[in-house]
Design a protein around this ligand. Structure first.
Ligand SMILES: [Fe+2]
Length: 296
């Protein structure tokens, strides 16, 4: 792993403008506005308007970490990037203001990321597979990774398979029009901040849908089952995962006899999800997922 510099950020949202410059930081970034401080500051400012313990935990994740530039090369490879990313960038709000900080950051950084299909390698409808792409900002294939305190340079968890991302995955998430990302759950705490387009989020099946647009966020607690839907336009989102980053993403599915199952997708070294094991959903798991009214 390339280590050219290290930056310790604390209370980034409260200290905007006072932290040191991160120009020429080894991650190929030439503009301060495209650096990790701009991202953490914008995200913590958005989270300041949210309430509850999960918002506090996410804020903590953004402000208590060591970030290390990874030196990745940009990759705009997948077709959907060419089709949708430029349009999303053009639709971002213009003008310098605190409300536009995250959009400004996304505009500066979006073409510098290594974009990939989050589901890759079969097992998913091809339209869905091609229509969900991520460009990590923080993560094992991001502009920055997170150092684990006291990690040894020979630690197999840190380097073997390049799977370890410290305490945070974060980046941009691009969804094509007409996407339905079915009910799924994961141990990580998740935040989405919409930058362009609209995103419909269901937490379970019984609660009303939540539609979020530019400048709005959703926070999904650990294990909460949820689905995502886009409409006639693509949607560009800033996302973050923190807490338990075990690389499992469980999709829920009901069979013809009404029985509910969950299928595990496992995070690969590439950060994409690949199919794994399947198990019957128990009432206890449904309860943990915040959707206990589904009959087994
Ligand atoms: Fe999720």
């Amino acid at each position: 792993m390339k280590k050219t510099a290290k930056y310790r950020l604390r209370q980034a949202g409260a200290k905007r403008g006072t932290a040191r410059s991160i120009k020429e930081n080894g991650a190929g970034i030439k503009d301060d506005d495209a650096g990790i401080e701009a991202f953490t500051s914008a995200m913590t400012d958005l989270l300041a308007n949210a309430s509850g313990p999960w918002a506090a935990e996410l804020t903590n994740a953004f402000t208590q970490l060591d970030f290390t530039p990874t030196g990745i090369d940009p990759d705009l490879g997948p077709d959907s990037i060419g089709r949708y990313l430029e349009g999303c960038i053009q639709s971002l709000p213009q003008g310098k203001s605190p409300d536009n900080a995250l959009a400004d950051f996304a505009r500066n950084v979006a073409r510098q990321l290594s974009w990939y299909q989050i589901f890759d390698g079969g097992g998913v409808d091809p339209g869905l597979e091609r229509g969900m792409l991520a460009g990590q900002i923080v993560g094992t294939r991001g502009l920055y990774n997170v150092d684990r305190p006291n990690a040894s340079t020979t630690d197999p968890d840190l380097y073997a398979g390049n799977l370890y991302a410290g305490n945070l995955y974060a980046g941009l998430f691009l969804l094509a029009p007409g996407i339905y990302y079915p009910l799924h759950q994961h141990p990580a705490l998740e935040v989405y901040a919409v930058l362009s387009g609209n995103l419909t989020i269901h937490h379970g099946r019984s609660k009303p849908a939540m539609v979020i647009g530019p400048g709005q966020i959703s926070i999904t607690p650990p294990w909460q089952v949820h689905s995502l839907t886009t409409g006639d336009h693509p949607c560009l989102v800033a996302y973050a995962w923190t807490g338990d980053l075990t690389g499992e993403n469980w999709w829920w599915q009901q069979d013809e006899e009404g029985q509910w199952w969950r299928h595990c997708w496992e995070r690969q070294a590439s950060s994409a999800w690949a199919p794994g094991r399947t198990e019957k959903l128990t009432p206890e798991e449904m309860h943990r997922a915040g959707d206990p009214d589904i009959e087994a």
